[in-house]
Ligand binder design. Structure first.
Ligand SMILES: [Zn+2]
Length: 268
């Protein structure tokens, strides 16, 4: 915590001119528009504790429709906060949350304060060079789901994957173990997996446990596995693709499909 004047506990909520941060129109002392993400961040920072949830309606009442328009609008702004290390899963990331509800998981940088904003603004976490090295090493495929850059997701024609760089083990966790966050911890992720992975707390796999499981495989499977490991991609058969698509059907369609496959097989 920063040192604070104990007599004025609410001072941090206000800009130098006394306006509440989330009601400010211009950056202090300038004619530059203050922007909507800093307002959103400041409001959440001072009204919600980590672990608490909030709804779109709540934000709209507090901040007005120009900041909290449609849900896509708001989701885009909340994603923007991620660049400042905020973690706010939505009902889309976490199916246990009701519609239009969000959970504050981590408060990131206070982007309404110029100093903290600048620390990350304009200085991406990964340089272009680092990005290229990691992408090349990983064969330009998401290490989580295997999708390639610009490819569509299985069973979702028209979708287009965008690759980014993520952390295998979250930085905070590494720090608490005294381990380094270096290239060995960075990996290629598609934007979709990047979002999900960030919200998952458990550690990714442990080498020893993976090795122990692999040791039990038959030789034919080991050979196949080796080829996947070498190419960095699991070759998917027609059968895999058919199953990928089939399991996304609705429950009733699934039942119907079972009957259809039984018929193809000559079962009754
Ligand atoms: Zn992915």
């Amino acid at each position: 915590m920063l040192p604070m004047d104990a007599d004025e506990p609410h001072d941090e909520q206000r800009a130098p001119d006394g306006t509440l941060w989330w009601e400010l129109s211009f950056w202090p002392g300038t004619k530059r528009e203050f922007g909507q993400e800093p307002k959103l961040g400041a409001w959440i920072w001072f009204h919600k504790e980590v672990g608490e949830t909030f709804t779109m309606r709540e934000l709209r009442t507090a901040l007005g429709p120009e900041i909290v328009g449609e849900s896509e609008h708001l989701n885009r702004r909340l994603r923007k906060l991620r660049e400042f290390e905020w973690i706010i899963p939505s009902y889309k990331d976490d199916r246990t949350l009701p519609q239009d509800t969000y959970r504050l998981e981590t408060k990131g940088r206070r982007l309404w304060l110029q100093d903290e904003r600048k620390r990350s603004n304009g200085a991406p976490k990964f340089s272009q060079r680092t990005r290229r090295i990691v992408l090349d090493r990983d064969g330009s495929r998401c290490k989580v789901c295997g999708v390639g850059d610009g490819e569509s997701y299985p069973g979702e024609p028209g979708s287009k994957a965008k690759l980014t760089i993520g952390h295998r083990v979250p930085q905070e966790r590494l720090r608490s173990r005294g381990a380094a966050d270096d290239i060995d911890n960075w990996r290629t992720e598609c934007a979709r997996c990047n979002e999900t992975v960030r919200n998952e707390l458990p550690d990714p796999e442990q080498y020893d446990e993976v090795a122990a499981e692999i040791k039990q495989l038959r030789k034919a499977d080991l050979t196949l596995l080796l080829s996947w490991l070498r190419t960095g991609e699991r070759s998917r058969s027609k059968l895999d693709r058919a199953y990928d698509r089939a399991r996304k059907l609705s429950h009733s369609e699934n039942e119907k499909l079972i009957g259809y496959v039984e018929k193809l097989l000559g079962h009754n």
